[in-house]
Design a protein around this ligand. Structure first.
Ligand SMILES: Nc1ncnc2c1ncn2[C@@H]1O[C@H](COP(=O)(O)OP(=O)(O)OP(=O)(O)O)[C@@H](O)[C@H]1O
Length: 229
């Protein structure tokens, strides 16, 4: 059963001269419940914009985004914030942790917009990512790889149905990146979340059975041709 269904999605940005620039046009896209998919594509092809639309961070210009029973593309900003807090986990390339907060506080922040804080679950997530000994360390006291593991734990903290990961290995060396992806995939599977990951790194994308080239998906690019990328 599809968890995420997209139809005739378009996103344009306003330009300084008052015109609009089309960034993204995706006719059809779907992700099954429990599926783990990687989207690949070079810098600037619209991957982050696509994830932001699905997460409800940005409004669509046209078209329909449906996640389970929620038609995200019909929601106003406040309702999209609520939907995101309930339904989405997000892993950023640069982690977006609160540097002066402890690991535990950072994971609990992933819960506090959605549900009441479940400290036992936050601790269990940190133990699961191998940071059980460091729950009281501040984020600024962690290595880069450890920070990404806190970010992965935080993304699962609200028990999301869908985890979106935007270049999650972009700040990590190859080996640490590989471990982070394995951990992310295991945690999504254990917690019943689907995973949609975007990356320009072929070695990351090729480890997913389900993978799509975003240049083929995004009609703005396939019409323009690769030469314009
Ligand atoms: N707020 C904005 N206003 C105008 N244009 C934007 C805005 N945000 C992104 N863009 C443009 O949209 C295009 C796609 O950007 P996006 O960040 O989605 O690409 P990406 O594939 O994720 O790239 P990267 O891998 O470098 O992060 C780029 O050309 C970018 O300049």
């Amino acid at each position: 059963m599809a968890l995420l269904e997209i139809a005739d999605l378009e996103k344009s940005y306003a330009e300084a001269d008052g015109g609009e620039r089309a960034i993204l046009a995706v006719d059809r896209f779907s992700l099954e419940a429990g599926e783990q998919m990687a989207l690949k594509g070079p810098s600037g092809c619209g991957k982050t914009t696509f994830l932001h639309l699905i997460a409800g961070i940005l409004p669509a210009s046209k078209g329909r985004i449906c996640v389970k029973d929620t038609v995200v593309s019909e929601l106003g900003e406040a309702a999209r914030d609520q939907y995101r807090a309930r339904t989405i986990g997000y892993v950023f390339q640069s982690f977006h942790l609160m540097r002066d907060f402890s690991c535990l506080e950072n994971v609990e922040l992933g819960m506090s917009f959605g549900a009441k804080v479940d400290r036992a679950f936050a601790k269990s997530l940190l133990m699961r990512v191998g940071l059980g000994e460091r729950i009281d360390y501040r984020a600024s006291q962690l290595s880069v790889g450890q920070q990404q593991r806190v970010a992965i734990a935080r993304a699962l903290a609200n028990r999301p149905r869908l985890v979106l990961a935007d270049e999650p290995t972009g700040s990590l060396d190859e080996e640490t990146g590989k471990l982070a992806i394995d951990l992310l995939r295991e945690l999504c599977e254990e917690n019943g979340a689907s995973l949609l990951l975007v990356s320009h790194d072929r070695s990351v994308v090729e480890r997913f059975e389900s993978r799509v080239d975003f240049r083929e998906l995004n009609r703005v690019l396939s019409n323009a041709g690769e030469a314009k990328l």
